[in-house]
Design a protein around this ligand. Sequence first.
Ligand SMILES: Nc1ncnc2c1ncn2[C@@H]1O[C@H](COP(=O)(O)OP(=O)(O)OP(=O)(O)O)[C@@H](O)[C@H]1O
Ligand SMILES: [Mg+2]
Length: 217
Amino acid sequence: MPGAGKHKTPMVTKMIELKPEAMVGKGLHRECYVHPDNPNRCIKVVVLRGEEETRREQAYYKFLQKRQITWEMLPQFYGVEPTSIGPGAVFDLVRDANGEVGKTFEYYFESADLTAQNIEGLISALQALKTYLFSQNIITMSIKPKNIIYQRQDEHTGTAVIIDNIGNSDAIPLASYCRTFGKIKMTRKWHKFIALLQKDYPENSLLQAQLANKLVK
Ligand SMILES: Nc1ncnc2c1ncn2[C@@H]1O[C@H](COP(=O)(O)OP(=O)(O)OP(=O)(O)O)[C@@H](O)[C@H]1O
Ligand SMILES: [Mg+2]
């Protein structure tokens, strides 16, 4: 009998069942769920035309893994697992010190009260994020407040974690390989990010004062 005696154990790949109540967020292209086997990881599934972005993101993650960067402000990527609604990309899930899933800077900046209650931490987290991206030469597409989580420690401190839109879509991605080009590109991206905050939250006067004063330029 062909194959007799080989006796292979069949590979069983467990299909992960994603339940609607486990969803923690949804963007234009992807839904994000708490991993049912690990409360500190999330699974992201493309639900609308995001395959190209996903491919670029995963390729860029591989590149960063090879470079052995530090991951203080970027969730680690743990590969792709099959789920009940399609292939799911597994990342660290960002949680605040109190255990709740972290909220985005968009969420904080949309509220004058939340901004005021957390202003010190929000601003220093953004300054630290800028330093981190530049020092590790991490390249991003456009930087947006909906794609950065404020991982709140307490009323004075927290960390900015960038959860989406990293990578480089240039045909010849010099900025990824050469720090000088990386710095030029990221300076431009960062200035655009600040301009976006100025445009999108004109009524958040405390934020605007911080942008005009010390921040982030
Ligand atoms: N690692 C994470 N930790 C906590 N929450 C997350 C994480 N990743 C994503 N989220 C939540 O899920 C939402 C959607 O995720 P994500 O931004 O990756 O989706 P997207 O469809 O690619 O977004 P976009 O609309 O920017 O293209 C986020 O806005 C955030 O609320
Ligand atoms: Mg997003």
